[in-house]
Ligand binder design. Structure first.
Ligand code: AMP
Length: 396
C-alpha cells in the first residue's frame, strides 16, 4: 500500500508518498506561499528536483498540484490516484482527547477543532489539509497522527504546573509536549539498538532542531518532556526563548512599553540563539561565526548546550538512571559541536565518547565507546515514516 503523508502549515504543505512495504519515500515535496502565489518543489525518488510556480489560492489548490505531480507522466511516481491507499495527516495538538493516532471521522475532526485553542496557528491549518484531501480523495481512509499523543502517558506530577488547579480543570492548562512522533520513533529504535527489553528501558531523546525538546522515555513510555502547553517552553531554541522567569514578561512590558502580543513575538521569534547571538537562528551560521572567534556566537551555543545538558540531568533523576541518550533532528544529527558541548557535561554519568564517530552527519551511529556506562547514539528521525507506519497499523 502507498501512503500519502501530509504536514499542513498555515501557508505551506509538506508531503511524502511512502511505499508501506519497502518503507521508502517514492516522492517528497513541499508547497509554499499558499494563499499568496504558490510554489511547488517536487522530487521523485532518484529523480531531479522539479520546481514550479503554481497558482495556489488555497490548500485545496495546493493538494491538487501535489496529486497532479504524483501522477504526472513526466515526473510522477504513480499512474492513478487509486494507488494511494490512505493519507496520514500530522496534527499538532491533540490535547487530552487524543492519546494515540486515530482514523479521521467527523467526530475526530470536531475533536481536533476543540483543541484549536491550544494551537491556534497549527490545528486550523491541519484541518484545512484534512478537508482538502477528503474533498479531492473521497473514500480514501485518513488518519490523524498527533505531535502531543506520545506524551499523554506522562504522570500528573510531570504534567501539572504549580498554578491554581482550577486552571487545569477549566482550561486544561498543563504540559502536553511536542515532537511526540519523533521522540517515539527514535526511542523505539534506541531500544532495538540496545538489545534490551522495552519494558525495562530508560532512554533520553534530544530532538534538537530549530525547535528543540528533550524527553524521558521509561519502559517505552514518555514520562516527561521539556515543551509544555505550547512549544515555547523548555530549551533555548533557534528563535524561541524556552523557559524564562514569567515575571520577565511584565517587566519587559513596563520597560519597553510593549503590549502582550509584542512580548510574545519577542519570545517566539526574536529570542533563543538568534536573540543571544544577534547573528542567526541557524547553527551553521553560528558555527561559521564561532570559527571567526565571534564571542556572542560562542556564548549562544554555550548557553544552548548547557540547557540541553541540564535537562538531560533532570531526566536521569526522573528515571533514576539512563540506558541511552539519543541525538536526533537537524542539529542532533548534524552538529558535532553541539553534541560534543552537551556531552562534555555528562562525564559524571560515565559517558565516554568516540570522537571519530562524533564527526558523523545524518547517519545512525553509536557515539559512545564500548566502555561508556551509558550508550549514546545519533538516530536520524523520520516523522513521515512514523506517520505512515501509524496509518498502516490503524488500517490493518
Ligand atoms: P530542523 O528544525 O530539525 O530541520 O533543524 C534545523 C536546524 O538544524 C538548522 O537551523 C540548523 O541550525 C541545524 N542544521 C541542519 N543541518 C546542519 C548541519 N549540516 N550542520 C549544523 N547544523 C545543521
Amino acid at each position: 500500500m502507498k501512503i500519502l503523508v501530509v504536514n499542513c502549515g498555515s501557508s505551506s504543505l509538506k508531503y511524502q508518498l511512502i511505499d508501506a512495504e519497502t518503507e521508502k519515500a517514492l516522492a517528497v515535496g513541499i508547497c509554499e506561499r499558499i494563499g499568496i502565489d504558490g510554489r511547488l518543489v517536487h522530487t521523485p525518488a532518484g529523480g531531479e528536483k522539479i520546481r514550479m510556480e503554481a497558482d495556489m489560492k488555497d490548500h485545496k489548490a495546493a493538494i491538487k498540484y501535489v496529486l497532479d505531480a504524483l501522477t504526472s507522466s513526466e515526473y510522477g511516481v504513480i499512474k492513478h490516484l487509486d494507488e494511494i491507499g490512505a493519507v496520514g495527516h500530522r496534527v499538532v495538538h491533540g490535547g487530552e482527547k487524543f492519546a494515540s493516532s486515530t482514523i479521521i471521522t467527523e467526530e475526530v475532526i470536531a475533536g481536533i477543532e476543540e483543541c484549536s485553542d491550544l494551537a491556534p496557528l497549527h490545528n486550523p491549518a491541519n484541518l484545512i489539509g484534512i478537508r482538502a484531501c477528503q474533498h479531492l480523495m473521497p473514500g480514501v481512509p485518513m488518519v490523524a497522527v498527533f505531535d502531543t499523543a506520545f506524551h499523554q502517558t506522562m504522570p500528573q506530577k510531570a504534567y501539572l504546573y504549580g498554578l491554581p488547579y482550577e486552571y487545569y480543570e477549566n482550561y486544561k492548562i498543563r504540559r502536553y509536549g511536542f515532537h511526540g512522533t519523533s521522540h517515539s520513533f527514535v526511542a523505539k529504535r534506541a531500544v532495538q539498538l540496545l538489545g534490551i527489553d522495552s519494558n525495562n528501558s530508560k532512554v533520553i531523546v534530544c530532538h534538537l532542531g530549530n525547535g528543540s525538546s528533550v524527553s524521558a522515555v521509561l519502559n517505552g513510555k514518555s514520562i516527561d518532556t521539556s515543551m509544555g502547553l505550547t512549544p515555547l517552553e523548555g530549551l533555548i531554541m533557534g528563535t524561541r526563548s524556552g523557559s524564562i522567569d514569567p515575571a520577565i514578561i511584565e517587566y519587559l512590558m513596563k520597560k519597553e512599553g510593549m503590549d502582550i502580543d509584542q512580548v510574545m513575538d519577542v519570545l517566539n521569534k526574536k529570542s533563543g540563539v538568534l536573540g543571544l547571538s544577534g547573528i542567526s537562528s541557524d547553527f551553521r551560521d553560528l558555527e561559521d561565526a564561532t570559527a571567526e572567534g565571534n564571542e556572542k556566537a560562542i556564548m549562544a551555543v554555550d548557553v544552548f548546550n548547557y540547557h540541553v545538558a541540564k535537562t538531560i540531568g533532570s531526566y536521569v533523576a526522573a528515571m533514576n538512571g539512563v540506558d541511552a541518550i539519543v541525538f536526533t533532528a537537524g542539529l542532533g544529527e548534524n552538529d558535532k559541536a553541539v553534541r560534543k558541548g552537551t556531552m562534555s557535561y555528562l562525564g559524571y554519568l560515565g559517558v565516554e565518547i568516540n570522537e571519530e564517530n562524533n564527526n558523523t552527519r545524518g547517519k545512525e551511529v553509536e557515539l559512545s565507546t564500548p566502555d561508556s556506562k551509558v550508550k549514546v547514539y545519533i538516530i536520524p528521525t523520520n516523522e513521515e515514516l512514523a506517520i505512515a507506519r501509524e496509518t498502516v497499523a490503524l488500517l490493518a
